[in-house]
Ligand binder design. Structure first.
Ligand code: ARG
Length: 577
């Protein structure tokens, strides 16, 4: 038997069998919100009673009288106005655990109908340092990609790098006039940032600099060979920086089609929008209006500026069209910060207006999701900055995470060789940063705190990694013993732990459906807590033979779920900490 879907389906079917004239789909059975009342709950009778003008309590009593779920449940109880509460019986629990121990499942199942999902995440801007703001998109997007893949969906990740914006006009002027080759070879991104800032500041007061930047940009867009060469060099140098960070974070992309990739498509796109009457001239610019869209009426979308240039929105429309035609996705997910909400609402609305004019065969409109997040704050509640008030570079942040973790590991395990302490510190430090980013509701701002995220007790990655390592150490002590797959949870803490294991699949599905990895963080924290309660109350290695084997198997399943769960968050685990 597979948790949780089959359990739920079996219960729903039993309820329907007691009421054969109703639809099965009406009897949704879900985990009980409060375990005090049971493990699963069906609240469908209320609506049914209302529709049939019956008394819900009476209907529940009638169903109860006919209901037979003794194979998997203890006595069923009705509560309130028509709730049915089910508690899994021990034999169903044991069968599920044993199937997992045999390797038949790990408490989740692949979806029956895989979707094709494109995830647009990370998407930093070229020639600029990746800073702390990019970590959220990178980490969240990666976790969503992993969760969806684990459930069997076809996931295509695409890094929409900002490699073609007006910033290149400034950068080209800077490069031609002020480039310091030595500085460039030492720290390319810092040198490009210096050039950009220099020219940007000059252009604020000096019109000739502004004009020069505009001219260089026009030449670049017109494929001037010299400018294209410089641009390519800048992109290559940035890409190296991105690759270093991604490899440290263990993040991979299937594609990195930056904004420049879409440049050749923009002109004809705007022409098509005009020809279809979707965009029109307004004050020299070409604009899409949303006349039938109450929220967007006041926010038309510029797709061609009055100087003839295309913009971020034009590129995003071209990107959407390309993705739809190339990959035919069921869903496209964009992971960016909350300040881009209006942008995506406009782009999605413009795209829908456009697509509604095309024959359906041309391309099914995918579900479009803007998965946005809040900002990272310093402990003073203001945007997170370095002591000197600059934005925090991502590379520096990761260095500091590893260094701080190294201090902690060295205090705890001074005896371990340094190389091993470094290795542990890397896994713990990066894990801590990632987890701190994934744990809060993504739409709220969160306060960045080294102390909190590195704490060994608390809802942190180190705490969960430690729980994994602790289970591994039990197995080192139990060395050489084969695991028997008979699992009989009896103590209350054992049953509570086992039941939490059963909720893994449900949690993964919620993460995938609602694009919220924090559900998985909280699930794993609860699992580790129940494991601790179990371990403190139920002897494992010292227990009598059969109990010992059963408890060891339960430990092993817990470690596997913790590891798989952390892996889904992009966080590694360790044998020893
Ligand atoms: N480069 C953009 C930024 O740093 C994010 C791009 C997000 N993706 C997209 N298709 N617009 O803000």
């Amino acid at each position: 038997m597979l948790p949780h879907k089959q359990i739920e389906l079996q219960l729903a079917t039993a309820v329907r069998n007691a009421l054969p004239d109703a639809e099965l789909s009406a009897f949704l059975v879900r985990p009980c919100p409060d375990p005090k009342f049971g493990d699963y709950q069906c609240n469908a009778l209320m609506a049914l009673a209302k529709a049939r003008k019956l008394n819900p309590r009476q209907l529940a009593a009638d169903v109860l009288a006919k209901l037979d779920v003794s194979e998997i449940c203890e006595k069923v109880e009705s509560a309130g106005a028509g709730f049915l509460n089910f508690r899994l019986n021990n034999s169903a629990l044991e069968r599920t655990l044993e199937a997992a121990a045999r390797g038949d499942h790990l408490f989740f199942e692949k979806v029956a109908q895989p979707k094709t999902v494109v995830i647009d995440f990370s998407s930093p801007n070229a020639a600029k340092p990746m800073h702390v703001g990019h970590i959220r998109s990178t980490i969240l997007g990666d976790a969503l990609a992993r969760a969806l893949r684990l459930l069997g969906h076809r996931v295509i990740t695409d890094n929409h790098i900002g490699d073609w914006g007006t910033q290149f006009g400034m950068l080209l002027v800077g490069w031609k006039r002020f480039l310091d080759r030595n500085a460039l070879s030492r720290d390319p991104v810092a040198e490009m940032e210096r050039l950009y800032k220099l020219v940007n500041a000059a252009s604020a007061t000096d019109e000739t600099v502004r004009d020069a930047a505009r001219l260089e940009l026009v030449k670049l867009q017109g494929a001037d060979p010299a400018n294209l060469g410089i641009w390519r060099e800048m992109i290559g140098l940035s890409q190296k920086q991105f690759d270093e960070i991604y490899s440290r974070l263990g993040v991979k992309f299937d594609h990195a089609l930056g904004e420049s990739f879409y440049n050749p498509k923009l002109k004809s796109l705007v022409e098509e929008l005009r020809a279809r009457g979707l965009a029109r001239e307004s004050e020299g610019a070409t604009v899409v209006f949303f006349d039938d869209h109450p929220q967007l009426q006041a926010h038309p979308l510029i797709v061609r500026k009055s100087d003839g240039g295309f913009n971020y929105a034009t590129t995003d429309l071209a990107t959407l069209a390309y993705r739809c035609e190339t990959w035919r996705p069921d869903e496209i997910i964009y992971v960016t910060d909350g300040r881009q909400q209006l942008h995506f609402q406009q782009v999605f609305a413009a795209f829908r207006q456009w697509r509604s004019q095309l024959p359906a065969s041309h391309c099914q409109l995918p579900k479009l999701a803007h998965v946005w997040f809040g900002s990272i704050l310093g402990e003073d509640g203001k945007p997170f900055k370095t002591r000197s008030g600059e934005t925090v570079r991502l590379a520096d942040l990761l260095d500091e995470a590893e260094e701080r973790a190294f201090q902690i590991v060295s205090e705890k395990n001074p005896g371990l060789p340094e190389a091993q302490r470094r290795d542990i510190a890397r896994v713990v430090g990066l894990g801590a940063v990632k987890y701190a980013d994934l744990l809060p509701n993504r739409q709220s701002d969160y306060v960045f705190s080294w102390e909190k995220m590195l704490a060994l007790n608390g809802n942190t990655a180190p705490y969960l990694q430690y729980a994994c390592a602790r289970i591994r150490s039990i197995f080192r002590k139990a060395e050489g013993e084969s695991q028997k797959a008979e699992i009989v949870p009896t103590a209350p803490q054992e049953i509570a732990l086992a039941k939490q294991l059963l909720n893994f699949g449900l949690t993964l599905e919620a993460v995938a459906e609602e694009h919220r990895p924090n559900f998985l963080c909280n699930y794993l924290f609860e699992l580790a807590g129940r494991f601790t309660a179990f371990y403190e109350n139920c002897p494992v290695l010292k227990a009598a033979e059969a109990t010992r084997a059963s408890r060891l198997a339960l430990c092993d399943l817990t470690a596997r779920v913790l590891k798989q769960g952390l892996d889904t968050l992009g966080i590694q685990t360790l044998e020893q900490m």
